[in-house]
Design a protein around this ligand. Structure first.
Ligand code: FES
Length: 102
């Protein structure tokens, strides 16, 4: 994969010193990242989609936060249950998941 079709950034509350403390991390961000990896693998999207954990986006009260490029789509209050829907609707079919938009 040289340049992915989609790049999924999941806030894992990483701090500059490397620790993970913060709202998104405490609300299951690591498991959300794992679910994205599973869904992408299961749907054979690894050559098109990259997932990266990030530091705080500064909107912790809306976390866990997921941002998808190239559209710069911001999703908030994402749970593990939402991941399958995001992958299917957004990454496979190109439609935003309206009720998760922030
Ligand atoms: S910790 Fe995720 S937006 Fe701040």
């Amino acid at each position: 994969m040289v340049q992915p079709k989609y790049h999924v950034f999941v806030c894992a509350s990483c701090r500059i010193n490397g620790t993970q403390k913060g709202f998104c991390h405490s609300k299951g961000a690591v498991n959300i990242i794992g679910r994205f990896m599973e869904e992408i693998e299961d749907r054979d999207l690894s050559s098109e989609v990259m997932v990266t954990n990030t530091g705080c986006f500064g909107i912790c009260d809306k976390g866990p936060v997921v941002v998808i490029y190239p559209e710069a789509t911001w999703y908030g209050n994402v749970t593990e249950k939402d991941v399958e829907r995001i992958v299917e609707e957004h990454l496979e079919n190109g439609n935003k998941v309206e009720d998760l938009l922030i």
